[in-house]
Design a protein around this ligand. Structure first.
Ligand code: HEM
Length: 410
């Protein structure tokens, strides 16, 4: 195996944010590649898909060797590790305790029941743009809508959304693996934000203990089912996971969908002629411009994959974004086609940690795309390429300035 030492470093560097795709293509030349720091980057579709489902691949950063690129994001005091970074059996116990309140089999209609609330939120945000001919899609819709949805899920009063949204963004300012050069300022901001979020949730959980509402956090707090109620540290980490996982990703989905549609006017015209294609837009956006590019893992055993062996203890980065454009899996992988018949992307992960909120993320994305393309008259991107957040793993534009002739009233 040749050492493609510079590719991962280049990919993680902020200069690569606007266009990481040539680097992903170079990485795919060797679907499992050893980097000079000992990290294995996995970029082929079949290989990423297999490792997502392989119990010899742990999501627990506690297994990482000291000094390796993968390390736990500093955990706020008083919390327990969230199920995103737990292996079984603990993962299934914790995820099950949340799933009981969120979806099938216990509450099959729950996510669908959120549709009128999501529609109203999106309608209100577009109403707020009526009379304008220029605006930033990220700060005026793509960011505040998922924050409000996450608040609704957790019973957080809408007036607190403005304060909590930026805290969630600051929390993920440090990725779950080391990016050179180490930025002590962003690490300090991130842990300070986590502490503030934790303090908020401690008080919020106490309020819901005394005064439960119809939200899923109240149900979790008061659940005395067979697996027992969650402890306070478990509740705190679950709140943060749902709050952060539930919107940073959806912000990118809404923004990337619109960016792709505006870059491909023929696809936009097809959607406008048939709004039911909104589902295809969302899936194709997730494949081509995924919200989550990279996920960290640790090999807890020697793993033979193709012609390679990932040794026990090695840090592994699963490059979902590279896998989604693997030409061995998708014909014309770089083409944006909203009627592509095969959209089996890996953008929600796979296996044990398959995204918990995928149905909700999809719903938010579809409604946003459908309503925006219905109501914005002659939308244009004012700056292409737009500015990107520095994060390599949760990659997305920090702003997307659009010009329109008019915003139609509802
Ligand atoms: C477009 C939107 C979204 C995308 C692209 C996305 C992506 C992902 C990905 C890739 C994973 C797997 C991580 C891994 O394997 O390490 C994941 C897990 C997760 N997501 Fe999402 N997500 C989205 C929306 C949501 C929403 C709306 C929620 C909450 C309601 C949510 C909650 C979670 C949770 C709790 C996990 C951890 C699952 C587990 O470890 O079992 N996500 N998501």
């Amino acid at each position: 195996m040749t050492s493609t030492s510079t590719l991962l470093k280049q990919l993680l560097h902020t200069d690569s944010r606007p266009n990481p795709w040539p680097l992903y293509a170079d990485l795919r030349a060797e679907p499992v590649s050893l980097q000079d720091d000992g990290t294995y980057v996995v970029s082929g579709y079949d290989e990423v898909s297999a490792l997502l489902r392989d119990p010899r691949v742990s999501a627990d950063p506690g297994y990482a060797a000291p000094g390796s690129r993968i390390g736990a994001r500093a955990m706020a005091p008083r919390t327990a590790p969230a199920f995103l970074v737990r292996d079984n059996p603990e993962h299934d116990r914790l995820r099950g305790l949340v799933q009981r309140h969120f979806g099938p089999p216990a509450r099959p209609g729950f996510v669908e029941g959120l549709r009128p609330m999501v529609e109203e939120l999106i309608r209100d945000h577009i109403d707020g743009l009526v009379g304008r001919t220029e605006f930033d899609l990220v700060s005026e819709l793509a960011f505040p809508v998922p924050v409000s949805v996450a608040c609704h899920l957790l019973g957080i009063p809408p007036e607190d959304a403005e304060r909590l949204g930026p805290l969630a963004e600051e929390t993920v300012a440090t990725p779950e693996f080391r990016v050179d050069p180490y930025d002590p300022e962003s690490a300090a901001t991130s842990s300070h934000a986590q502490e503030e979020l934790t303090a908020y949730f401690v008080a919020h959980i106490q309020r819901l203990r005394e005064n439960p509402g119809p939200d899923i956090l109240s149900s979790m707090i008061h659940d005395d089912g067979p697996d027992g109620p969650m402890t306070l540290p478990e509740l705190l980490s679950t709140c943060q996971l749902l709050f952060i996982g539930g919107h940073e990703t959806t912000v990118n989905l809404i923004t990337n969908s619109m960016l792709l549609l505006l870059r491909h006017p023929e696809q936009l015209a097809r959607l406008q002629a048939d709004p039911s294609l909104a589902a295809g837009v969302v899936e194709e956006t997730l494949r081509l411009e995924p919200s989550v590019h990279l996920r960290p893992r640790i090999a807890v055993d020697d793993i033979h994959i193709g012609e390679h062996t990932i040794p026990k203890g090695a840090s592994v980065i699963l490059a979902l974004a590279a896998a989604n454009r693997d030409p061995r899996r998708f014909p014309d992988p770089d083409t944006f086609d909203i009627t592509r018949p095969d959209t089996a992307h890996l953008s929600f992960g796979g296996g044990l940690h398959f995204c918990f909120g995928a149905p909700l993320g999809r719903m938010e994305g579809q409604i946003a795309v459908r309503e925006l393309t219905r109501r914005l008259v002659n939308p244009r991107v004012l700056q292409d390429s737009p500015p990107y957040r520095p994060l390599p793993d949760l990659r997305g534009p920090s702003a997307l300035r659009l010009a329109v002739d008019e915003v139609r009233p509802t």
